[in-house]
Design a protein around this ligand. Structure first.
Ligand SMILES: [Zn+2]
Length: 316
């Protein structure tokens, strides 16, 4: 018997068959359709069928989705094409598979994975920061996942670090994501090229065969000491650091886990850099406070989603 963890990302849908000990025993990956919820539901079911090679018994499905989830329903999905209003994706998937389906925010679910089986094990108060297309965040407080009164807690990406600052994907200004989200960084790079700056970023993108600057593309540009990429990345680190320092001041967590695509490419160095840059913003930086890169990497989402589904089974 396995639990299925599904991680619906802006680019890919990942499915993992996860055992009781949080190990992934089967997987599948599909591109995320851009035609709205129905096509995403089909892709999720298709991926689960693809992962279930041995037709093992599935007891429940947990799904991490890049949006606000409240009361088990998807409230808002700003980062997936065609999701303009709340959509019930639990019922069709549950009916198709005949098992309970639980939903969570993708960043919360990723942190849950790190908490049950990765870098955050044993910590009662944790901030998770996920650096990818956007900036996701999650919280563990008092030894349990915390999603707030309305399901929207932990949005470190939309903590304001500069009043009246750069325009964010959320429509507001000065958010962490406006400086550190990969999509916004690519936009800034394009604007700077149009204004006459040069960079190898987009040549690297073509060379890697990507349709946009991925984490891999950024990592290579940084490695090759591309000046513009380095400048944008330094600004990204600064923005994340101001946000993280403020969260530490507010919540006094003992651990900050740094995950997402950029973390996978840059490793513990990225966590260390954010730690160093955020320390000056902290009122009482405790010597025991630590920063760690995600230990599960790409698997954090599926392991966490499965853990969410299993916890829901236990609590009934
Ligand atoms: Zn924002």
């Amino acid at each position: 018997v396995v639990t299925v963890g599904v991680d619906v990302g802006g680019t890919n849908i990942q499915v993992g068959l996860v055992g009781d000990d949080h190990t992934v025993v089967g997987r599948a990956k599909r591109p995320t359709p851009r035609k709205g919820p129905t096509s995403v539901i089909e892709a999720v079911l298709n991926a689960i069928a693809g992962a279930d090679g041995d037709a093992v018994d599935i007891e429940a499905v947990g799904i991490g989705i890049p949006g606000a989830v409240h009361g088990g329903e998807v409230v808002q999905v700003p980062n997936l094409a065609g999701w303009d209003e709340p959509v019930d994706i639990r019922t069709p998937i549950g009916e198709a598979l005949g098992v309970p389906v639980v939903l969570g925010n993708d960043a919360n679910v990723g942190l849950l994975g790190e908490w049950v089986a990765g870098a955050a094990r044993g910590h009662d108060d944790v901030l998770g920061v996920w650096l990818g297309t956007g900036i996701g965040g999650g919280l563990i407080l008092h030894g349990r996942p915390y999603d707030g009164s309305f399901g929207s807690a932990g949005e470190i990406g939309h903590v304001i670090v500069r009043s009246g600052g750069a325009l964010c994907s959320c429509g507001r200004r000065g958010c962490v994501e406006a400086y550190a989200g990969r999509r916004m960084m690519a936009g800034a790079a394009r604007a700077m090229v149009e204004a006459g700056r040069s960079t190898d970023l987009f040549d690297i993108q073509r060379d890697e065969g990507k349709s946009r600057p991925t984490s891999k593309v950024w990592a290579r540009a940084l490695d090759e000491e591309d000046e513009l990429a380095t400048q944008l990345f330094d600004a990204a680190i600064d923005a994340v650091a101001v946000g993280v320092g403020s969260v530490v001041n507010l919540l006094d967590v003992s651990l900050v886990v740094v995950g997402g695509g950029m973390a996978e490419k840059l490793g513990q160095d990225l966590a260390d850099r954010i730690f160093e840059a955020s320390r000056p913003w902290m009122l009482h930086p405790n010597p025991k406070l630590s920063f760690a890169v995600s230990a599960l990497g790409d698997d954090a989402g599926v392991v966490g989603a499965a853990a969410l589904a299993r916890a829901d089974l236990i609590s009934g």
